[in-house]
Design a protein around this ligand. Structure first.
Ligand SMILES: C[S@@+](CC[C@H](N)C(=O)[O-])C[C@H]1O[C@@H](n2cnc3c(N)ncnc32)[C@H](O)[C@@H]1O
Length: 155
């Protein structure tokens, strides 16, 4: 099982990339994290539905075959960190890869969210894309550290 963070939009500000990389490199080999970014559809004259559908196509191409899909969505289910740790344990026991998907400037396609296995929210507030990425990877690392009884969670 590996965690694959699929994010729409390739370039993050340096401060966010530094924070993200700092967490990404902490994961041990038994809980690998991979990041796959997909291009944002240029905002031009296309209708929003068409933009999101184009981004959906790229997301689906980036999701590993057979992966469990978890959409990050401010309207998704609220989770405590302990609950996320429990999900992580179940995902590891299940063995399938897990794709955690973060949308672009206009969010994720509605059909994609409806079809996802889980929709989770990180906060009741709308987060900018870069912060959503950093918060997600920190919480996944914290969830791992809870399950592994690693001191990070108590720091
Ligand atoms: C700038 S936000 C897009 C906001 C957009 N208006 C929407 O309706 O989703 C970019 C992405 O960050 C993620 N995101 C933002 N806030 C979030 C939150 N509170 N919980 C979970 N994910 C969030 C979502 O994946 C979202 O698609």
């Amino acid at each position: 099982m590996k965690l694959v963070i699929v994010a729409v939009g390739q370039r993050m500000p340096d401060w966010a990339q530094t924070a993200y990389d700092d967490y990404a490199k902490r994961f041990p080999p038994d809980c690998r994290v991979e990041t796959r970014t997909v291009k944002t559809e240029p905002r031009g004259s296309k209708a929003l539905d068409a933009l999101l559908a184009a981004e959906r196509g790229r997301i689906e191409a980036a999701v590993p075959k057979g992966a469990r899909i978890v959409a990050l969505d401010e309207r998704g289910t609220a989770l405590t960190t302990m609950a996320l740790a429990q999900h992580l344990r179940q995902w590891q026991q299940g063995g399938d890869d897990v794709a955690l998907v973060i949308g672009g400037p206009d969010g994720l396609d509605a059909g994609f969210k409806a079809a996802a296995h889980q929709r989770i929210r990180l906060s009741d507030m709308t987060l900018p894309h870069a912060l959503a990425r950093v918060l997600l990877i920190e919480q996944l690392y914290r969830a791992w550290s809870i399950n592994a009884n690693h001191p990070y969670h108590r720091e």
